[in-house]
Ligand binder design. Structure first.
Ligand code: ADP
Ligand code: MG
Length: 362
């Protein structure tokens, strides 16, 4: 292992970056969900434990865009929800602009949440089907007393314009819009409370490829014009390559690699990242499915063993990977990976990528 160790766990290095001007700082966050594993076992009192987040740290600097990638079930949404304290972590801290979100009373938390807004994959989840677009956009601003009743109509028009929609759509219902238009409305609604941080959780994943590109461009334009800080979540690597300043790759509740997209995509240090890149299906195909396995194939994080969580799928795994959880090491300028075999050079990554692609082919 040639990489320089920067900490005993994922947290130390994953928290690197952002520096002094960190707007969002997630420190050593863990979350275990206890879910009933089927009706019969629930009756018996058995509960399946899922380690959705395992000692995760991440800082997002003011005006930075950090992407979270990883296949379904890796903990991306849970991390985003922890960042807004929509999920209470079992351990760790969440600091927004230096203030501890987890220590806040309700009024302070409501005020803090206005500063972070989320856009989801399915705009229907945030849009009431019986309310007009204008109502949907004005409502949060009214609740937070950012506009008076008199100013509302103009405010809605300005926001519609900002997200590239004609003002006349204010009177329409969500079902009268296309998927792309609905997502623009959801973005306008998020922007209505003048947030500093925008969390986009699979916000373009359900859209046609051509519409995806338009919405991605919109996110970039808005970020630049409104000086937003962004946490951009997607299981699709090509999507995040476009928008992110830094990419955090998640696997089973841990950040396994972190770095600038140009470094991460050209010389991934973690075999999981290499596999994700390699497994991207025909990027040229329309509506191509993401590089994830079917949900049933995806392992969930069990609370067993202290080795590397990727060891059973990893073509590079050796004994140490079974025995010891890998520390996060620096593998380049501002690139970090939690892998015993990280930093062994691009040859190892290439080897991994081809090993994985031959596995996929079989
Ligand atoms: P991702 O967004 O990367 O797909 P999630 O954060 O949604 O991943 O989920 C991480 C893991 O936590 C998954 O195994 C998921 O099933 C589990 N999980 C998430 N939320 C809950 C919950 N409320 N109750 C039980 N398990 C959950
Ligand atoms: Mg998710």
């Amino acid at each position: 292992m040639s990489g320089r160790a920067v900490g005993g766990g994922t947290s130390a290095a994953a928290g690197v970056g952002g520096g002094e001007d960190a707007l969002l700082r997630i420190e050593g966050v863990s979350k275990t969900f206890i879910a009933a594993s089927g009706l019969r076992s629930a009756k018996r009192g058995d509960r399946e434990q899922v380690r959705a987040l395992d000692d995760v740290s991440l800082t997002v600097a003011r005006h930075e865009t950090v992407a979270l990638v990883g296949e379904s079930g890796s903990g991306k949404s849970t991390l985003a929800r922890v960042a807004m304290r929509l999920v209470e972590p079992d351990e760790g801290r969440v600091l927004l602009d230096g203030q501890d979100l987890l220590a806040m009373d309700r009024p302070s938390l409501i005020a803090a949440r206005r500063r972070i807004q989320m856009v989801f994959q399915d705009p229907y989840s945030s849009l009431n089907p019986r309310r007009t677009v204008g109502y949907a956009i004005a409502e949060p601003a009214r609740v937070h007393r950012l506009v008076s009743k008199r100013e509302q109509a103009t405010y809605v028009q300005q926001l519609l314009e900002r997200v590239g929609l004609p003002g006349r759509l204010a009177g329409r219902l969500p079902r009268e819009l296309s998927g792309g238009q609905r997502q623009r409305v959801a973005i306008a609604r998020a922007l209505a409370v003048k947030p500093e941080v925008l969390v986009a959780d699979e916000a373009v994943s359900a859209l046609d490829v051509s519409v995806q590109a338009q919405i991605l461009n919109l996110f970039e334009t808005l970020r630049d014009e409104l000086h937003l800080t962004m946490l951009f979540i997607s299981h699709q690597l090509p999507v995040v390559a476009h928008v992110a300043d830094r990419v955090a790759v998640m696997y089973l509740g841990r950040i396994v690699e972190l770095g600038a997209p140009e470094d991460l995509f050209t010389h991934p240090a973690h075999p999981y990242t290499a596999g994700l890149i390699q497994a991207q299906p025909g990027r040229h195909r329309r509506n191509s499915k993401p590089a994830t396995r079917r949900h049933s194939d995806i392992p969930t994080a069990e609370l067993t063993g202290r080795g590397c969580s990727y060891r059973d799928r990893c073509p590079l795994a050796t004994q140490i990977c079974h025995d010891t959880q890998p520390p996060t090491v620096s593998v380049g300028s501002e690139q970090y990976a939690a892998c015993h075999h990280a930093g062994e050079g691009s040859a190892a990554a290439q080897e991994t990528a081809s090993a994985l692609s031959s596995c996929t082919a079989n």
